[in-house]
Design a protein around this ligand. Structure first.
Ligand code: HEC
Length: 242
């Protein structure tokens, strides 16, 4: 019986840290952080340059209307900002950048009931860059940052590249990143739509951009397969299933 009890405790701990969805992993639609409340509401949260975003879905992944506010702690300052509905998204302007260290509490009303959720992110680490990665940074800012964010943490037009999906040792190897930089990519992980072929990269600059992305991932704790939760299932192509 002791073993069973231990298993039950382990299951509870796992359940708390990684809320289950149909395929076992709760998936963000827009590259944000995601959590599930005790009542089964799924709340996704992201920090942008100049504001924050949130999305509320039910346990069946259907968007639900919500209203409320966010309390942010940014650089030791507390900000209370009202969230405004914008399509499926809740948005607020705030003196915050996606590179910032941010702690957030969302206080929402969903179906007439109050719910709250906490999120946080660390400050972006900008490492010493090699000559190649430095050249890649300039190219990235020109050709990629409009969608993936100057901090590589995503924007309203594209997903974060500082994400376990894209880290070294993930299903997205160097070849996938080089191919996206050269040709764009069909929408398959997120709800942003297709990535068009990037404009303004000279032949060969994809490799510089790759070096920059890898340097930023490594500096921000996405250094390799070990950084990826072991519970993320992979399909045959090495892409994570979700
Ligand atoms: C116009 C917006 C936009 C620009 C500019 C852009 N991307 Fe993307 N990118 C996206 C979107 C949207 C996706 C998500 C596709 C999906 O749903 O998986 C994406 C996906 C990716 C992926 C994952 C590809 C895959 O096969 O899963 C990589 C890597 C990537 N982008 C790198 C880059 C690089 C490098 C640049 C600059 C050279 C760049 N992107 C420019 C919007 C953009």
């Amino acid at each position: 019986m002791k073993t069973l009890a231990t298993l039950a405790v382990a299951a509870v701990i796992l359940g708390a840290s990684l809320p289950a969805s149909a395929d076992g992993v709760l998936t963000a639609n827009y590259g944000g952080q995601i959590t599930e409340t005790a009542d089964g509401w799924r709340i996704e949260f992201a920090v942008r340059d100049g504001g924050i975003r949130a999305w509320v879905r039910d346990h069946g992944d259907k968007p639900v209307a919500a209203s409320g506010k966010a309390t942010l702690l940014v650089a030791g300052k507390k900000l209370d900002v009202p969230l405004k509905a914008d399509g499926e998204m809740l948005a607020a302007d705030a003196g915050v950048a996606s590179a910032d260290k941010v702690a957030a509490i969302l206080s929402l009303t969903v179906n007439g009931k109050p719910i709250s959720a906490r999120f946080g992110q660390e400050a972006l680490v900008v490492p010493q860059l090699s000559a190649q990665a430095g050249a890649g940074k300039a190219a990235f800012e020109q050709a990629c940052a409009a969608c993936h964010g100057a901090a590589l943490r995503g924007s309203d037009a594209g997903p974060p590249l500082l994400h376990a999906f894209y880290s070294p040792g993930s299903g997205h190897g160097d070849d996938v990143i080089l191919a996206a930089a050269a040709n764009g990519a069909k929408a398959h992980h997120w709800k942003f739509g297709d990535m068009p072929k990037p404009e303004g990269l000279k032949p060969g600059q994809e490799k510089d951009v790759l070096a920059y992305i890898r340097a930023m991932q490594t500096a921000n704790g996405l250094g390799g397969a070990a950084a990826m939760p072991a519970s993320m299932p992979m399909d045959h192509s090495g892409h994570m299933k979700h």
